[in-house]
Design a protein around this ligand. Structure first.
Ligand code: FAD
Length: 524
């Protein structure tokens, strides 16, 4: 009886496996199954590649490439390129799939899991300029840990470090250090890229410059970043982490602007909007525990709109007294509500990896895998007050479903030759609505409600002619992409026809659906 059960089970298992494999393999070009690789192509159990952080789009790939070498990526891309325009196969590099709208997915195409390549060894160069060569699949958190072994650190960060190098360099990589160092795309010396024709090309400011600029902020359109040379500087041990509150937006933003332009200033400058919140010091994004935590926990916003300036100053333990004096001097120039100064001291790693601590808590409650209808905007300084009045004052009813970040950066420190699109002013604000939706809710925390609010914000920006640009942009129609890129569109489309003329790469961005012959004219 026992053996009969095992036999029946085995037959059923093998039949279902055969059906599964047959279903998959029937639509896979035979040639793809026979390509010789150092790593491998996987045709089953690829559900992870049909998901992302946004949790709103799901496109299943035909196969996932787990590359062990750059030549694996080149071989597969070349293979599909040689299949010509009639093959419908597209290729998406996937860092960690932290995209919001399916940007790292490939519907019935090939997803390259960059994580496999990310395991390659990092090469440090210590000299008059310090840098590290890392794989495009490396995570920033691992770069931090490895660099610290040499007393070094990258200069520019994102708020969350479990993102891949290729993923953030395809966007920009922005955090509270960007006012000084520019975004991560400004802190890269050199890249190795596999183009849409499968060619492996090294590029930098002095070699294949057009490709270098195109790929940085290029939304994965011109090549797969397989290696990057990241600029490093000496790492501090500790961080003074400070929050102060304002009741008035223009005073808050005036102080932010003062700080980002001051000679000797903080090392990190961001800001948060607080509306109708009980625990004003915490949100899912960071676990800020000030020294005076009892006083902080008693503080209530009482339905008022408050603005929280978030600052950090790096220091080494022996410089504590000097750093405290410097902080006192800077704070004395600011006009925050006097009894709302909250400070704490954490290690450099703890500060940079602050979002991950919250991620682990949310994951344990199943709250990380909910839809994230985020909206990120760059707003010109001249329009920020108008935006704040309408968006924070009127359109925003509460902020219980996610933090809202607001901070200025000085664009003159940013390289304007990259593909990143910014408003046409020197001083711009990043405003990030980092909402999460509650599944099955019909209320103000539902996906529908948040998407409607996002649309209202975008419509307001459009009708009020605020000259806003989306960060981590998402559009479905090419006209909207052309509008987004504005005068940069022509160069962007030309680069596409040069480096990826069959429009194989990063189809999830929905910029180029068809084969290009030149200058954005499609032939299909
Ligand atoms: P993926 O989502 O996997 O890929 C993003 C895009 O890049 C896709 O189009 C993909 O095809 C392409 N791509 C991926 N790898 C490569 C490669 N090697 N070569 C070429 N193209 C590639 N961003 C900020 O700037 N600042 C922040 O502070 C910040 N905080 C965040 C916090 C959280 C919790 C999350 C989830 C995201 C945050 N982001 C932030 C956004 C982040 O930069 C994007 O999600 C970005 O897409 C990186 O994620 P990823 O590495 O998983 O890339």
């Amino acid at each position: 009886m026992k053996y009969l059960f095992v036999k029946v089970f085995m037959v059923l298992f093998l039949t279902s496996l055969a059906i599964k494999l047959n279903l998959c393999f029937s639509s896979i070009p035979l040639s793809l199954r026979t390509v010789v690789l150092d790593g491998h192509l996987s045709f089953v159990d690829n559900e992870f590649a049909a998901k992302d952080f946004g949790n709103q789009y799901r496109y299943s790939p035909l196969a996932v490439l787990h590359p062990k070498s750059v030549s694996d990526i080149s071989t597969i891309t070349k293979h599909i390129w040689q299949m010509g325009p009639n093959s419908e196969l597209k290729i998406a590099a996937r860092g960690r799939g932290h995209s919001l709208h399916g940007q790292s997915q490939a519907n019935r195409g090939i997803v390259i899991s960059m994580e496999s390549l990310g395991r390659q060894k990092m090469q440090f160069h210590i000299g008059s300029t310090c840098y590290v060569d890392v794989s495009g699949g490396a995570l920033w958190i691992n770069i931090l840990h490895e660099s610290l072994k040499y007393g070094l650190t990258p200069k520019s960060w994102t708020d969350y470090l479990h993102l891949s190098v290729g993923g953030t360099l395809s966007n920009a990589g922005i955090s509270g250090q960007a006012f000084r160092h520019g975004p991560q795309i400004n802190n890269v010396h050199q890249l190795e890229v596999v183009t849409g024709k499968g060619e492996v090309v090294n590029c930098s400011e002095s070699q294949n410059t057009d490709l270098f600029h195109g790929v940085l902020g290029g939304l994965g359109q011109f090549g797969v970043i397989t290696r990057a040379r990241i600029s490093l500087q000496p790492a501090p041990h500790m961080v003074k982490w400070i929050r102060v509150l304002y009741s008035d937006f223009s005073t808050f933003s005036k102080d932010q602007e003062y700080l980002i332009s001051a000679e000797k200033t903080f090392d990190y400058i961001e800001g948060l909007i607080i509306k109708n919140k009980e625990n004003i010091m915490n949100d899912w994004r960071s676990n800020f525990t000030p020294q005076d935590s009892v006083r902080a926990s008693q503080f209530r916003s009482d339905g008022k709109l408050l603005f929280c300036l978030e600052l950090a100053k790096n220091f080494n333990t022996e410089e504590r007294d000097l750093t405290n004096k410097e902080i006192q001097r800077l704070l004395s120039q600011l006009s925050y509500i006097s009894f709302t100064l909250f400070t704490t001291e954490v290690s450099y790693v703890e500060f940079l990896d602050r979002v991950h601590t919250s991620e682990l808590k949310l994951q344990s409650k199943g709250l990380w895998e909910v839809p994230h209808p985020w909206l990120n905007l760059f707003i010109p300084k001249s329009k920020i007050n108008k935006f704040a009045e309408e968006a924070f004052g009127n359109l925003l009813k509460d902020t219980n479903n996610g933090p809202i970040l607001v901070y200025p950066v000085n664009k003159s420190k940013w390289n304007n030759k990259t593909s990143l699109v910014l408003p046409d002013e020197d001083l711009i604000y990043l405003v990030a609505f980092l909402s999460h939706a509650v599944p099955l809710s019909n209320g103000s925390d539902s996906l529908d409600h948040i998407l409607k609010r996002n649309k209202q914000i975008l419509d307001f920006c459009e009708t009020a002619h605020l000259g806003v640009k989306q960060y981590l942009p998402h559009y479905n129609r090419q006209e909207d992409w052309m509008h987004h890129f504005g005068p940069k569109w022509e160069v962007f489309a030309k680069r596409k026809s040069t480096y990826d003329p069959l429009a194989l790469l990063a189809p999830g961005q929905r910029i180029f659906r068809n084969v290009l012959v030149n200058m954005g004219h499609s032939i299909e």
